[in-house]
Design a protein around this ligand. Structure first.
Ligand code: 5GP
Ligand code: MN
Length: 339
């Protein structure tokens, strides 16, 4: 974090007492880990801190230290409203446009609190008095570590903060293998281990707690895999019926899209997941190399994210969405072949 941003943060916190930390809609390991980690640090600095998420988070994160105390707007709207009314400063973590906070978005737009953004997605909006935005970072959790460093806070690291930050970094880097994993990422990880994070336990909590249904659903997903070698593309579909037949729980499809990307010579992978409740098809896009799924999703599927990992949605049926996707691919054939 540069000195200008550090000064802006210090100024915003100078007279503040009540802080709120918010992650994005459909929070993932990084949204929860960075938010809980930051909250732990700020509490040690004697602030009143409440962590708020727009909606429910996946079961496989429900062991994370402090996660029982966070408020979920979808379930606790009044408490969240009260907390936001009292907030002097609102931290927005792991997102950079207020509409990524889902139904919380109008409340944030209306809030008179000062905003501080910590985020690693591209193209940040300008709503914060301090914008710590760096798209080269592995994760927002790593940025929270650097945020603590800038405020001379590393001595305040404890096991819970270290565990939350480790989890955010681990999940957002695909266990330290995605391209944004740097030597600095590993140096941060080393310090988190020194402060009590236990890698094998965290890894097991996240990756070895699947239900039988989730594993069988993965079987269905792999069975539905289509490979388009001429575009170096592979995609997976899951219909609402298939999800229902496997007692789908939030988070069950996390990581499925990576199997499509694991095929030799594939550089672009997509999973289309029908969601009848919201009347959308949720789309997750992943790539290897220069092909930007952020741009692809922005152009065609009302989404965005990073170069190599993005999300989006379609209001069409599952079949129509897939047909539309296939019809778009020829425009990108050269980029995909050259990738
Ligand atoms: P996922 O496929 O796991 O939902 O999302 C992949 C990445 O893209 C995550 O970093 C997520 O925060 C980001 N992302 C997902 N959906 C959207 C979206 O609609 N807009 C933007 N800007 N980013 C998104
Ligand atoms: Mn992230």
């Amino acid at each position: 974090m540069d000195t200008q941003t550090t000064s802006a943060v210090k100024k915003a916190l100078d007279t503040a007492k009540n802080l709120v930390v918010i992650g994005h809609k459909n929070p993932d390991g990084d949204a929860i880990g960075s938010s809980l980690g930051l909250a732990g640090f700020l509490r040690k600095k004697d602030f009143e801190v409440t962590v708020v998420m727009p909606n429910e988070f996946p079961e496989f994160l429900k062991w994370m230290p402090g996660c029982d105390d966070l408020l979920i707007y979808e379930k606790q709207a009044q408490e969240v409203q009260k907390t936001l009314d009292a907030a002097d400063v609102i931290f927005t973590l792991d997102f950079n446009a207020l509409n990524r906070s889902g139904d919380l978005s109008p409340l944030l737009e209306a809030s008179e609190a000062k905003f501080i953004m910590i985020d690693h997605h591209q193209q940040p909006d300008a709503y914060a008095v301090a914008t710590y935005s760096d798209a080269s970072m592995s994760s927002t959790a790593q940025m929270v570590f650097h945020f603590m460093e800038a405020l001379d806070g590393i001595p305040l690291l404890d096991r819970d903060i270290a565990t939350n930050l480790y989890t955010g970094i681990m999940t957002d880097t695909g266990s330290f293998r995605f391209s944004a994993t740097t030597a600095t990422t590993h140096r941060v990880i080393a310090q988190l281990l020194e402060h009590g994070a236990v890698p094998n336990v965290i890894h097991e909590n996240i990756y070895d707690t699947a239900s039988q249904n989730r594993m069988k659903l993965l079987g269905v997903a792999l069975n539905n895999l289509t490979v388009l070698p001429e575009y170096r593309t592979a995609y997976i579909t899951l219909s609402q019926e298939e999800l229902d037949a496997h007692d789908f729980r939030k988070g069950d499809t996390e990581g499925f899209v990576n199997y499509a990307l694991a095929i030799n010579n594939i550089v672009f992978a997509v999973i289309f997941i029908e969601n009848r409740q919201e009347n959308i098809v949720k789309i997750s896009l992943r790539s290897k190399g220069p092909f930007s799924v952020n741009q692809f999703s922005r152009n065609h599927f009302n989404g965005g994210g990073h170069n190599n990992a993005a999300g989006g949605r379609s209001l069409k049926s599952l079949d129509e969405t897939v047909r539309e996707f296939i019809s778009i691919l020829p425009q990108y054939q050269k980029a995909l072949i050259d990738a």
